[in-house]
Design a protein around this ligand. Sequence first.
Ligand code: GLN
Length: 452
Amino acid sequence: TEAHVSAMEAARDLNSFIVETPEKALESAGEADTRRGKGEARPLEGLPLAIKDLFCTKDVQTTAGSRILEDFAPPYESTVTTNLWNDGALMLGKTNLDEFAMGSSNMTSYYGGVENPWKRKGDNRKLVPGGSSGGSATAVAARLALGATGTDTGGSIRQPAAFTGITGMKPTYGRCSRWGIVAFASSLDQAGPMARSVRDCSILLKSMCGHDPKDSTSVNMPVPDFEAALTGDVRGLKVGIPREYRLDGMSEELDRLWQQGIDWLKDAGAEIHDISLPHTQYALPTYYIIAPAEASSNLARYDGVRYGQRGEGYDNLEQMYEATRGAGFGDEVKRRILIGTYVLSAGYYDAYYNKARQVRTLIAQDFTRAYEQVDVILTPTAPSAAFAMGDKMDDPVAMYLNDVFTVPASLAGLPGISLPAGLSSDGLPLGLQLLGRPFDEETVLRSAGVLE
Ligand code: GLN
């Protein structure tokens, strides 16, 4: 813990943390030593973790990357972090993120962008770590934390993991409780681990998930011993390669990386199958209707009355709301609220929101059909390596295109992992993604273990 605390201090330029809690971390580390001494160590005893600042942490500032929650210190702790602390882990601090987890670059945070610790060969420009869990990804990649928590609504664990050369897993929707996680799009939000290896992710995931009566979408199913699934044996495993993910204009090196992944699995005894997920092309537009719709509803609670900051200069209630939300939210959040309220409005509800819900079902059915044939699906995680800070910022659609490989599984609620699989020609990490059947994280992890 001391080593990580010093590393955090030395790496403040990366802006990975919004809040650092070194005193508490060192105190907990001392307690962990005592427990160890008594032979009472719990599974994660003394492991220093970074927590995405979307998880409510009792009495510790929880901003969601937004100005509107700048002074908010929740009086309660999220279920996922409670589970981690109960198993002995300790918190180094709260990591930076895109505001309310809306983004793919970590550039929409009110607390400034996070810098990816990687640099392109021969190019000194600062790169984004991806988003929205970019602070967590950087903390792990730069060795500021042993592991971190992330949340993934449309790729926010997997894409930053790919951009920073680490491993990140989004479990099946319902595995982790959403209680105490600041809500973005409730039918999609899911917590998961970000760490240096598949094994570390398995260990953290086991602690993070489990049934919670406080979240009605949390499933009441036994939590498997995910680490035990890492047998290294994928003989006879059926791996699907979805043809619709072979995008026009996909870079040759990404194609090569994907083929490399296929070859590694084949060499280990897996069977490779061509599969079709015919509605893939509709996933992005569907996601960018459903996620903003839910966000616009979830964010209605920030009204200057119950949470966080209140704006200034108003004469009546309506003006107070306007002043609060006008000053409290950044551009991307406002854009999402506008899209969300538009697609939910009486005149457009059927044309957009209901249509998107129907297409979402078709996308989920594509996967159900595919999993009659195969056990896991292998794809690239993101269409490119990390891009320069500031790029794509004036073009929201170009930014949204980053999520093309990650959102389909989010819409279908499936488990997915991203792991580092190679480097681009200019020396940046590239990730491969494995997707599994609902609640079959074990097969996903086992396959990932072989690709590592
Ligand atoms: N990039 C996607 C978005 O902006 C996903 C974000 C996430 O998973 N939290 O909505």
